[in-house]
Design a protein around this ligand. Structure first.
Ligand code: UD1
Ligand code: CA
Length: 462
């Protein structure tokens, strides 16, 4: 859309958040707040996306550069109000005469379809300004739409500047607008600071345009939740919840069972296959892909991980790893980053796996730590076994070949290689490589002292 540019207002300090982090970098369902309006503008096909930033500009640019490019950042030195923020974009739009779409970085729930409808309405009416409004039961905090007896919009009044009878007005300004560029920049020059907050309000442009005889129309957001602005941490949690719900419903529509969407937290950009069941109290973060017919949760945290088909992850934490098909993880397992776990593997109770590869059909059932290990196929790790991968200076690898049986309570001191089909005895501290088809025993031999108990008892009765 060459005839539309977008301006995202993001320079405000977000004082009400009580935070050292810029408001627009607070995450909403796993993505920084600002990314939502950028995505929205992109989804509309808008080429020129401008973001107005304030004192924390460098931090924000750096954070956003990981995911977004082709953005024009505009600097607002002092936060003198929303009109002043928009004014800073004028030098970038000197020869532009199309529509300026104003978005607010703190309104992330907005849908593309709503803005499409708004643009459509703006063009159809040949308006100078189109407002996105909503009717809210709890209108407090928002600017209110003022209408005359004929029902025509005459202006917007901010919360702080309302007179008593205006407080009853339920029709609010969402802070999202379409403006004709030329009229917008003329009107902006006429805005003053005569208000309670002594700021240059963008909302004053509407009154100015109307008084000059330009047409202002509005569309009403049918789903008023969409225009919720995030000003406080309470708003942040409310909006996040709405996203989790939205995401859960989208997955359900595609054939995923979510037992309790109110207690399931699926972030954006997650893929889940058909007939997978997600149990309550499960968090699935951005970038995760889960195959079909899996059971995930309850109480699981799946972080940016790829999971195959028919796998079960129960009460466990899995971070940046790859899990195969028909595999069982948990309960109470912790799979740490860069692990690859193959098909039909079992990682059981209280097992920690770090940067390890476990091949098909292997079992690590109980109370084990595997770090920097490579396990072949059908390996069995006895309960309580640990790899001693760290020598105090560096991490060393443990290689366990196909068909190996490690007895219970082994300490496998790396670097170490255990050959195919070999065994280790329970309780061993294995410090040397074991060739194939071999039993490794490394523990002190047992001595039985017969009649010892009797002798001891006699001593005590003397
Ligand atoms: C604004 C509207 C209000 C509307 C509400 C909807 C004005 C005066 N008021 O109020 O009518 O109901 O949004 O959510 O516009 N910003 C800057 N530079 C500044 C000031 C703000 O870039 O100097 C940015 C903020 O970062 C934010 C947006 O503009 O993203 C809105 O500012 P905010 O202070 O949150 O305005 P509200 O009081 O919510
Ligand atoms: Ca706001």
């Amino acid at each position: 859309m060459e005839s539309i540019v977008s301006v995202i207002l993001a320079a405000g300090q977000g004082k009400r958040m009580q935070s050292s982090i810029p408001k627009v970098l607070h995450t909403v369902a796993g993505s920084p707040m600002l990314s939502y309006s950028l995505e929205l503008a992109k989804s509309l096909g808008i080429k020129k996306r401008m973001v107005v930033l304030g004192p924390q500009a460098e931090k924000i640019k750096k954070e956003m550069s990981c995911t977004e490019n082709g953005i024009t950042y505009v600097y607002q030195e002092k936060q003198l109000g929303t009109a002043h923020a928009v004014q800073q974009t004028e030098p970038y739009l000197i020869n532009f005469s199309g529509i300026v779409l104003i978005l607010s970085a703190d309104v992330p729930l907005l849908r593309t379809s709503t803005i499409q409808e708004m643009i459509h309405c703006h063009k159809n009416n040949q308006a100078s300004c189109t407002l996105l409004t909503a009717n809210l039961e709890q209108a407090e905090g928002y600017g209110r739409i003022i209408r005359n007896e004929q029902g025509k919009i005459t202006g917007i009044i901010e919360q702080y500047d309302l007179i008593e009878e205006q407080e009853k007005i339920k029709e609010i300004n969402s802070g999202i607008y379409c403006f004709n560029s030329k009229e917008l920049f003329i009107a902006l020059k006429m805005v003053n600071q005569n208000n309670y907050q002594k700021e240059y309000y963008l909302t004053d442009v509407i009154k100015i345009l109307i008084e000059k005889g330009y047409l202002t129309v509005n569309i009403t957001a049918l789903d008023s939740e969409e225009i919720t602005g995030i000003n406080t941490r309470m708003d942040l949690s409310r909006v996040s919840r709405a996203f989790y719900q939205r995401n859960a419903f989208n997955h359900m529509l595609k054939g995923v069972t979510i037992i309790d969407p109110g207690n399931t937290y699926i972030e954006n950009q997650v893929e889940i296959g058909q007939d997978t069941i997600i149990y309550p109290f499960t968090i699935i973060t951005t970038g995760t892909e889960i195959g079909g017919s899996c059971h995930i949760g309850p109480y699981s945290h799946i972080i940016n991980t790829c999971v195959g088909r028919g796998t079960r992850i129960y009460s466990s934490v899995v971070e940046r790893s790859k899990i195969g098909n028909q595999t069982m993880i948990g309960p109470y397992a912790h799979i740490r980053p860069e692990s690859i776990i193959g098909d039909e593997v079992r990682v059981g109770n209280y097992v920690e796996v770090k940067k390890s590869f476990i091949d098909k059909g292997s079992k690590v059932g109980h109370l084990t730590y595997l770090g920097d290990a490579t396990l072949g196929k059908k390996v069995n790790i006895g309960a309580g076994t640990i790899t001693c991968n760290f020598d105090g200076k560096k991490k060393n690898p443990t290689i366990i070949k196909d068909g190996v049986f490690i007895g219970s309570n082994n300490a496998l001191v790396a670097p170490l290689t255990i050959g195919q089909d070999s065994y280790t005895a329970a309780g061993s501290t294995i410090t040397q490589d074991i060739p194939t088809n071999t039993l490794g025993i490394a523990r002190s031999g047992q001595k039985n002292i017969e009649g010892w108990t009797e002798k001891r008892n006699k001593k005590e009765t003397k």
